[in-house]
Design a protein around this ligand. Structure first.
Ligand code: T46
Length: 141
């Protein structure tokens, strides 16, 4: 799906000492890092997100437990389950997203290309559809 892709990060495993995953900006994924946040203790049945970003690039990693991510454009939709700390979901600009089915104790780590900017959010779905149709039309030119 355009502006959405799955990543499998290299895992350094040691049967005696456990696992380690290292992520580096521009090397592990194609953007710089300006912000990191994490979502946890999400009550059963809660669905979050319901927005798109105009310009933000993000990498979502469920470092503990599991969560489902719905990503959507005006033409396509995709559900990705994140259930391993070595799997990442890249979400680029103009993708509608919803996060749900958080398992008990799940921790969703998000690495973001920009500082928190309220004006980058599109929270109204009808407005999203208009802007996204225009955005993806230009992409295919
Ligand atoms: C996204 C998905 C995956 C801040 O003050 N700074 C921040 O960096 C963030 C991310 C949030 N906040 C505040 C704004 C709200 O008062 O935290 C509160 C909850 O944020 P929001 O309702 O936007 O959370 P989600 O889970 O719906 O969405 C978040 C990110 O906001 C969003 O960029 O892509 O996770």
């Amino acid at each position: 799906m355009i502006n959405v892709s799955e990543y499998n990060f290299e895992k350094f495993s040691d049967p005696e000492y456990g696992n380690l995953i290292a992520l580096e900006a521009q090397k592990s994924f194609p953007f710089g890092i300006k912000r990191v946040y994490y979502i946890y203790d999400v009550p059963d049945g809660v669905r979050r997100g319901f927005h798109s970003h105009k310009e933000l690039h993000q990498m979502l990693i469920c470092v503990s437990g599991s969560v489902k991510i719905l990503t959507k454009t005006p033409d396509e939709e995709l559900v990705t389950e994140l259930s391993s700390p070595n799997k990442g979901l890249y979400i680029g600009p103009m993708i509608w997203r919803e996060m749900y089915d958080f398992s008990p104790g799940a921790v969703l780590l998000v690495i973001a290309s920009e500082h928190y900017t309220v004006s980058d959010y599109i929270r109204d779905y009808d407005e999203y559809l208009k802007l996204a149709e225009n955005y993806f039309e230009k992409q295919s030119d």
